[in-house]
Design a protein around this ligand. Structure first.
Ligand SMILES: [Zn+2]
Length: 314
């Protein structure tokens, strides 16, 4: 526990050469319904942000306001500062915050791979589960959210911000998920939705993603990676359901290191560990997961275990 506290203190320390402000609106992978995967990303010092997944939203904005990491009213943050949503996949723990906020939200785009957009329309914005707040699908389409299809590997602006995004498909236990590369003209940051290891998913999605970003890692253009670890490493493969453990994350990061030029290529790179599945009783899996990550960290990366409402400048 002492080590966890030390790591969290380190995580909050300011860095030099800041390119992005990242706020943890929600950090967990389940159960904790006010604190589910949601990352607010903006260029450093610029309020115009995009969300990478929206498992929780208004509750997380409130948590950040209480910590003093977000300024302004809930309304201005939700309506003015957050300019769009990138949704990695249609599982509830990645978009419930958006669904619940939709009736009171400002007009904004939802950025999705086509398969993800279709599932969001079919499952939620269908006038059964919820009203159709998008501009597509079952009539009447209320048009508050502009569903914006992404082409894998193609870079496009994030409307109303000074950032671009590029989507890369991920494999998540039979579901198509997404990694988003967010970039300014100077730097980039990678935010991954849920993903299984390539070896279990039988698709080289992570390997392809690492190839795509290798030159940015080599040039020190990539400032941080937000990636999931759902369970500790003793979890049997057949119970991973398309998620990573510390052992699988370390293995995959070694593949990125190799793609980016070998030993030392990831030195100092912040890796924000998202989506840890909490348990209602028993030892905190965060302690085990951080211990396992640090024990295998011959890469020199900086693992960060976030708390809701924390904010970093990367
Ligand atoms: Zn999922």
């Amino acid at each position: 526990m002492k080590r966890l506290v030390a790591a969290l203190a380190l995580a909050a320390a300011p860095l030099n050469a800041q390119s992005f402000d990242v706020t943890a609106i929600g950090v967990r992978g389940g159960v904790d319904d006010g604190n589910l995967t949601a990352w607010m990303i903006a260029p450093h010092g610029d309020k115009r942000a995009v969300m990478c997944d929206v498992g929780s939203l208004v509750n997380g904005i409130e948590a950040a306001r209480k910590r003093g990491t977000l300024k302004g009213s809930r309304e201005t943050i939700l309506h003015d500062d957050i300019r769009g949503y990138m949704i990695s996949h249609a599982h509830l723990d990645h978009l419930a915050g958006m669904l619940i906020a939709a009736p009171d939200d400002s007009k904004k785009p939802i950025y999705v791979l086509p398969s993800v957009g279709q599932k969001i329309l079919d499952s939620y914005f269908n006038w059964d589960a919820w009203a159709n707040f998008t501009d597509r699908g079952k009539a009447p389409a209320l048009g508050n959210y502009r569903l914006t299809d992404l082409t894998p590997g193609e870079t496009r602006p994030i409307d109303g911000t000074a950032m671009t995004l590029t989507a890369y498909p991920l494999a998540h236990g039979g579901v198509e998920s997404t990694a988003f590369l967010v970039a300014t003209d100077k730097a980039s940051l990678l935010c991954l939705g849920d993903t299984g290891p390539d070896s279990l998913e039988k698709q080289p999605r992570l390997a392809q993603l690492w190839q795509a970003v290798a030159s940015r890692v080599r040039d020190r253009n990539l400032k941080a990676i937000i990636i999931e670890v759902s369970y500790a490493s003793d979890r049997p493969d057949k119970l991973l359901f398309g998620h990573l453990t510390p052992a699988y994350l370390l293995r995959s990061l070694h593949a990125l290191e190799a793609a980016a030029g070998g030993k030392g290529a990831l030195k100092g790179l912040p890796i924000v560990v998202s989506h840890i599945k909490p348990v209602l009783s028993g030892p905190d899996p965060r302690v085990t997961i951080l211990r396992e990550l640090n024990a295998g960290n011959d890469l020199g990366v900086r693992f960060i275990l976030p708390d809701q409402g924390m904010r970093w400048a990367f």
